[in-house]
Design a protein around this ligand. Sequence first.
Ligand SMILES: NC(=O)CC[C@H](N)C(=O)O
Length: 373
Amino acid sequence: MSQPALLVLEDGRSFAGTSYGATGETFGEAVFTTGMTGYQETLTDPSYHRQIVTQTAPHIGNTGVNDEDDESHKIWVAGYIVRDPARVSSNWRATRSLDDQLKSQGIVGISGIDTRALTRHLRERGAMRAGISTSVLDPAELLAKVLEQPAMAGADLAAEVTTNESYVVPAEGEKRFTVVALDLGIKAMTPKRMAERGIEVHVLPATASLEEVLAVNPDGIFMSNGPGDPETTEHPTTLLKELLQRGKPYFGICFGNQVFGRALGLGTFKLKYGHRGINQPVLDRATGKVEITAQNHGFAVDAPLEGTFETPYGPAEVSHVSLNDNVVEGLKLTGHDGRVLAFSVQYHPEAAAGPHDSAYLFDRFVELMEGRA
Ligand SMILES: NC(=O)CC[C@H](N)C(=O)O
């Protein structure tokens, strides 16, 4: 029997629907993603920690859940909103249904609501706190609880998602380089994409010290995606400054782009409703090429869009921009001789559900470590 569920947003808008996944109550920042595939990767992406995700695609769960596509050891979304969950999952790799997977991991969701109206509301009013409940069905009562929740702005969440212990992902084939990857919420596909290129990846906790990083004797440094407000990243930013000072080649993705921006002396700010989906167009300014990218971010780097700017490590510039709204999508630090020293992107070249237009960035990291970038 379907059980009623209620979604309430912090501005008082509410949606009555049907329970999906686990029953109970959950809170988080309501955000929407436009990805039509890859829900398993989305759900298990640690960057979604403390967020209630609504899928704009109305029909989700069709291919069930398999044993291969998780991006981490569990589902991280705080809650899940789907218009019309698949009643039957059908795929040769599926081992269970999405509904069962959500239930077994205690993820509270809601279905049967007008996700198009919800998305338009979030697009107009901005991402905001929300709650889903199967026990409190009175909007005013649930709203009072939503208003007690912490906001995403100012949230320092890396410690809640990072690995406790360091681990090594071995290079596939001949080992060419050693990289330290600071885990701010890393997805499994990221070290894999490096390993495929002959990189031995040492994944270190977000709290790793400069000494611990240097003890690995890395050829390059990587900082991952992750949840929370980049303005709270004091330790990774300080660490990166020290590593840039030592001339270590650097590549950052998403949160790693924001940390790089902060290390270069730039600020970050919260976007109204963020970029989430797998169809986001980005311009690579060096080549003039457009990439269709996977994105999942609610904050962005504030950088001069034209020309270069001086940093303590050399001149830097915005390398990539969003073609939807001109948000900074990549940064590049060059030496005074014009050689690239470090770079990062706000989007996801490792995107497991694709698209793969930007996979070249991992090759560029290899070239950087070879001294050819
Ligand atoms: N995927 C990410 O790394 C997201 C970075 C950051 N938490 C943001 O929302 O902008």
